[in-house]
Structures are given as C-alpha cells and as structure tokens.
Design a protein around this ligand. Structure first.
Ligand code: AMP
Length: 188
C-alpha cells in the first residue's frame, strides 16, 4: 500500500505514521526526520535546508524531490509523512509512482482543532526541544500549511483518494480510525 498523511503541524502524523507503517510492514518515510538527520550530520543537504527549517518555511522543491526520489527507489509499500507539501511535489510523486506502476492508494487528512494543535506543540517543544517548535516558527508553519499544503489535498480530492479522520482523542483511538480509513472504502 502507498499512503500519504496530511495534517497541520502537531496533528499526529509522525506518531501515527510510524505505527501504521509497522502494522502494515511497510516503510515510513518522513521528510522532516530525514532533513533533521541531514542537519545533524552537517551534510551539504542539511546546510541547504537548515535556514528554511529554522524559519518554518518549506525547503525548496528541487532539494526535497531529489532527496525523496532516492529513498523511493525499490520501495513498493510506504507511508509518506510530511511529503508532498506542494503541488510540484505531489506531481513529482505521481510521476515516480506512475512510472513504477504503483499508484497512491490513500491520502489521509488528520483533522485537529487549532487550540489543541497549539497545546500539543507546546508540550512537544518541552519534551523534544525541536528548534522549530518556538511560537513564531509554529505560527509560520501553520500559515505555510494553509497556503501551500492545503491546496495539495484538493489535488488528491479530485481523484477521490482522500479520507478525513478525527485526529483528537487517545493515540489508540486515532490509530483505530486511521487503520479503518486506509483499509476501508473511500466515500466518493
Ligand atoms: P516536519 O517534521 O514534517 O514538521 O518538517 C519540519 C520542517 O522540515 C518543515 O517545517 C520544513 O521546513 C521541512 N520540510 C519537511 N518536509 C518538507 C517538504 N516535503 N517540503 C519542504 N520542506 C519540508
């Protein structure tokens, strides 16, 4: 199966994506995690990405598309978390998957109210110390999500692949909803 997870920062894509990939025995590909590893390793890619990430902006499409393409090679089942975030990325992904004859099965959108997101990000900042979980950067990342990533959901909606789930409640409750969303039928 090939699944994309969408949702604003703090929606739970990372936690749930990892768990879903484990359950389905497929790969979890999270571009944010890959980028943080590149930054930590001070690689060329990490140096290119760092300032964008610290500001809460998107890393340029060519950098991201190049990075993910190399990871998609020889993988036929995957949960994509944090990618695609722009229309250009969604089109590039479709092209790679079409070439491989492995179309995307589902795009899952996590719905979480704004106040709940802010609450979660504040506690994540304390627990994980992510440099982009400061109030200014979080607010920028929310704007970027609304402006650049929300239109990508409409792109998938037009081909009937989107399922929306309620992302509030306990992690187990959200996971049950996620599992039914990816294994059930998509309402047209
Ligand atoms: P995340 O962990 O998914 O919230 O990503 C953290 C940061 O990495 C984002 O705020 C962006 O700066 C960058 N990033 C992650 N994925 C992408 C992507 N698909 N396109 C552009 N930038 C990305």
């Amino acid at each position: 199966m090939r699944i994309v997870l969408f949702g604003p920062p703090g929606a739970g894509k990372g936690t749930q994506g990892l768990r879903l990939a484990g359950k389905l025995r497929i790969v979890h590909l999270a571009t944010g995690d890959m980028l943080r590893a590149e930054v930590a390793a001070a690689s060329d890619l990490g140096r290119k990405a760092r300032d964008y990430m610290d500001r809460g902006d998107l890393v340029p499409d060519d950098v991201i598309i190049g990075m993910i393409k190399s990871r998609l090679k020889d993988v036929d089942g995957m949960v994509l978390d944090g990618f695609p975030r722009t229309l250009a990325q969604a089109e590039a992904l479709d092209a790679v998957l079409d070439d491989a004859g492995l179309p995307l099965d589902r795009a899952v959108l996590f719905r979480v109210a704004q106040e709940e997101l802010v609450k979660r990000l504040v506690s994540r900042a304390v627990e994980q110390g992510r440099s982009d979980d400061t109030p200014e950067t979080v607010s920028r990342r929310m704007d970027v999500y609304r402006e650049q990533t929300a239109p990508v959901i409409d792109y998938y909606r037009s081909s009937g692949r989107v399922v929306e789930i309620d992302g509030t409640g306990s992690p187990d409750e959200v996971f049950d909803r996620l599992e039914s969303a990816v294994t059930g039928q998509v309402a047209s």
